[in-house]
Design a protein around this ligand. Structure first.
Ligand SMILES: [Zn+2]
Length: 270
């Protein structure tokens, strides 16, 4: 049995009063840490629970994870005789409450299960699920994931043809491993600004689909199904009939762009 790996999550590292939580790893992960982690939150004050404040009643306790997402740098405690790996930028998804942790665990199981072959290509690299109960009785959970610096989808406006091509390709790969995301497209018709919050860019500019708390397994398309020449022959129509709404929508958005109809596609800025 490998020993438990811990992650020390440090908030307010540059303040005079930094606060550290020690969490234990529940799920193994792509990075396969050999020693305990130090995760320094870069841009944040301590969570509101600290300093005598209370968390908002609805914060991180619902079925849907309403915790916070932080940008952090992950390093390791030194191991004698081993060269330490380079620090790496990570996203820390931080929640409070048993129900929120259950939801986070579901997401972790997706990353550790069907999404394994897509990590670092279509979905973020998964760095582990860590949990603890604090001395004053709060259950805390956090997911560590590859940091995607292209996080602010509101700055890009209506997606371009190229963006829609990348999204279509990513959604297709997701469905080929049997995963239905469940929150990718806000509306049946047209494009939505908010759709972009689940299509981020990794450091190298490639696309990542994120947030799998409502994802479920289904079967609509195989890896080898050729959908590239949609709506041209009867066989292709048969393929299209099999596929689910989520994938169909990704294909339709891209094809509309290909056919020069992107400009007239409705754009909902919410
Ligand atoms: Zn599907």
């Amino acid at each position: 049995m490998p020993r438990d790996i811990c992650a020390d999550i440090v908030f307010g590292r540059k303040s005079s009063n930094p606060v550290m939580y020690r969490l234990t790893c529940e799920e193994r992960h792509e990075w396969k840490h050999d020693s305990d982690l130090i995760v320094e939150i870069l841009d944040e004050h301590p969570p509101r629970r600290l300093g005598g404040d209370k968390w908002a009643d609805d914060q991180g306790v619902g079925d849907i994870n309403r915790g916070q997402l932080y940008h952090a740098v992950m390093t390791y405690y030194p191991v004698p005789g081993l060269e330490p790996p380079d620090p790496v930028d990570v996203a820390v998804k931080w929640v409070r409450g048993k129900r929120a942790i259950v939801s986070l665990r579901r997401e972790a199981e997706m990353y550790e299960g069907p999404l394994i072959p897509l990590q670092g290509q279509v979905v973020p690299i998964f760095g582990g699920l860590f949990t603890t109960t604090t001395r004053d009785g709060f259950d805390i959970g956090c997911l560590i994931l590859e940091w995607c610096p292209g996080n602010d989808h509101t700055t890009f406006g209506k997606p371009t043809e190229d963006e829609l091509r990348l999204r279509e390709n990513a959604v297709r790969q997701l469905h080929a491993v049997g995963v239905h995301h469940g929150q990718l497209f806000e509306r049946d018709e047209g494009l939505c600004l908010s759709d972009g919050r689940h299509f981020l860019r990794a450091a190298d500019g490639t696309l990542r689909i994120v947030d799998f708390q409502r994802a479920f397994m289904h079967r609509c398309v195989d890896k080898d199904t050729d959908l590239d020449s949609t709506n041209e022959t009867d066989d292709d129509s048969a393929d299209l009939e099999r596929i689910c709404d989520e994938l169909l929508r990704a294909i339709e958005h891209y094809h509309r762009a290909l056919e020069g109809e992107l400009r007239t596609t409705p754009w909902n800025t919410f």
